[in-house]
Design a protein around this ligand. Structure first.
Ligand SMILES: *Cc1c(COP(=O)(O)O)cnc(C)c1O
Length: 459
């Protein structure tokens, strides 16, 4: 019996035409881009899976909100609306608008890390790690070991390893740890969910040692949907109830609204402690803008207020996660390995398994990303040794734990036929996998090289 996937709970009112290049044109474009997908012009891409961040399609209601956005400097209508919606959804008294997730980190983390040496997370997202380090602390990751085996089923591969967390606290000294962070879903582990039981246990450990507990909430709605599917206690709960249970007792949260709030730009900070919130407001005024707009235009705030509600709609989430499950099932049929079970916002294809003849220092996940572009105009990206870069001390290429080619799916943008194109392209690539060659880097900057490096095919 074929499983039933959940179709789009919307119809299309406005379309954005896509150009379809020939294979010869794509060969030329990728060569001109130095075999770096970040250097491709988006007009030369047919299906853009570079990221799900800020790339979603807004609803007709959100677009109507754009026109109604109040652009007053202070106390705009849309400010009150976003406050009301966020307080209702997250159960926090103090909410601050900022322009995106890393702005929330820039404002909040230095407050939590003042005089401290460490932050511990189930896994820090890149920008979170950067802001921990900019605040003078070190970021320690503590994901469950089940996340490392891509083919083994485990319902909550995003979880914190709570035994290891407690060992770290004892070893490093609770007084040196400024914050314990739970990233939901765990983006860097493959968009993998975290159970509410694990959130509660982590929160209780943090509080037992007097450490602040923060949620990085970029994909809190997708996480809540997985909890409903996989955690017995919540099988009859609404998404709203699961969100409340997830945030209960957390001291603060940061959120990139460019993901689950389905807007192109926006972010939030939530706090429970009034003293912390006073500092947040001061820093927000210096870095982002006055507290009632926080670096956003009124129209964007209005769209965010509406998107917060749309992002937790269960029909939408069933379709959203259903898209990942559909694509994953097509890869299962074809014997193509990925971080399994599939996560909430992307399929992380295991390039090490698909291209076993390409060693890590010839970048198998980057090679697969380039093949996807050549095959069907699909833009994906490397989450592997190419992205990891060189050892800063020795200058030698580091070997990543995973060689993933990430297919991030924008929200409400691509149809099931697009997903079929992606699956068919991967199947075609698998058939000729042994003839695919690795790459070498011919030009690279010292840091964050994957955005701008130039490469050359080997052989
Ligand atoms: C995207 C993201 C961020 C940063 O948000 P931006 O809006 O891109 O600045 C932080 N944490 C996680 C988990 C994210 O996915």
């Amino acid at each position: 019996m074929k499983p039933i996937y959940y179709p789009e709970p919307f119809r299309i009112k406005s379309v954005e035409p896509l150009k379809m290049l020939t294979r010869a044109e794509r060969e030329r474009k990728i060569a001109e881009a130095g075999y770096n997908v970040f250097s491709l012009a988006s007009r030369d891409v047919y299906i853009d899976l570079l990221t799900d961040s800020g790339t979603g399609a807004m609803s007709s209601d959100q677009w109507a909100g754009v026109m109604l956005g109040d652009e007053s400097y202070a106390g705009a209508d849309c400010y009150y609306k976003v406050q009301e919606n966020a307080k209702e959804i997250f159960g926090f008294d103090y909410i601050q608008l900022v322009h995106q997730g890393r702005a929330a980190e820039k404002v909040l983390l230095p407050i939590l890390l003042e005089g401290k040496k460490y932050a511990i997370a189930n896994m820090h997202f890149d920008t979170t790690r950067a802001h921990v380090e900019l605040a003078g602390a070190r970021a320690i990751d503590c994901t469950v070991k089940e996340a490392l085996d891509t083919t083994k089923y485990y319902p909550f591969k995003g979880n914190m390893d709570t035994d290891r967390l407690e060992e770290h606290i004892k070893e490093l000294g609770a007084e040196n740890i400024g914050v314990i962070i739970m990233t939901i879903t765990n983006n860097s582990a493959g968009g993998q969910p975290v159970s509410v039981a694990n959130i509660r246990k982590t929160r209780d450990i943090a509080h037992k040692y007097g450490i602040k507990f923060m949620i990085d909430a970029a994909r809190y709605a997708e996480n809540s949907y997985f909890v409903k599917q996989r955690e017995e206690e919540f099988k009859n709960s609404t998404i709203e109830e699961i969100v409340k249970a997830s945030f209960e007792g957390a001291d603060c949260f940061t959120m990139s609204a460019k993901k689950d709030a389905i807007v192109n730009m926006g972010g939030l900070i939530g706090c429970r402690d009034k003293a912390v919130f006073e500092l947040v407001k001061q820093r927000c005024i210096s870095f982002e803008g006055f507290i009632t707009y926080g670096g956003m235009s009124g129209r964007d705030i209005e769209a965010l207020a509406r998107g917060l509600k749309e992002g937790i709609d269960e029909h939408y989430l069933r379709y959203r996660i259903g898209q990942m499950e559909y694509l994953a099932a097509r890869l299962d049929e074809a014997g193509i390995a990925y971080q399994s079970p599939v996560g909430g916002h992307a399929v992380f294809v295991d390039a090490k398994k698909l291209l076993p003849h390409i060693p890590y220092y010839e970048f198998p996940a980057q090679a697969l990303a380039i093949e996807l572009y050549l095959e069907a105009g699909i833009r994906a990206c490397d989450i592997g040794s190419y992205m990891l870069g060189n050892d800063p001390d020795t200058g030698k290429q580091l070997e990543a734990d995973f060689e993933f080619t990430r297919l991030a799916i924008p929200r409400r943008v691509y149809t099931q036929s697009h997903l079929d194109v992606i699956a068919d392209a991967l199947i075609n690539i698998k058939e000729r996998a042994s003839s695919i060659k690795g790459y070498k880097i011919v030009e690279e900057p010292p840091i964050l090289r994957h955005f701008t490096a130039k490469l050359k095919p080997l052989g």
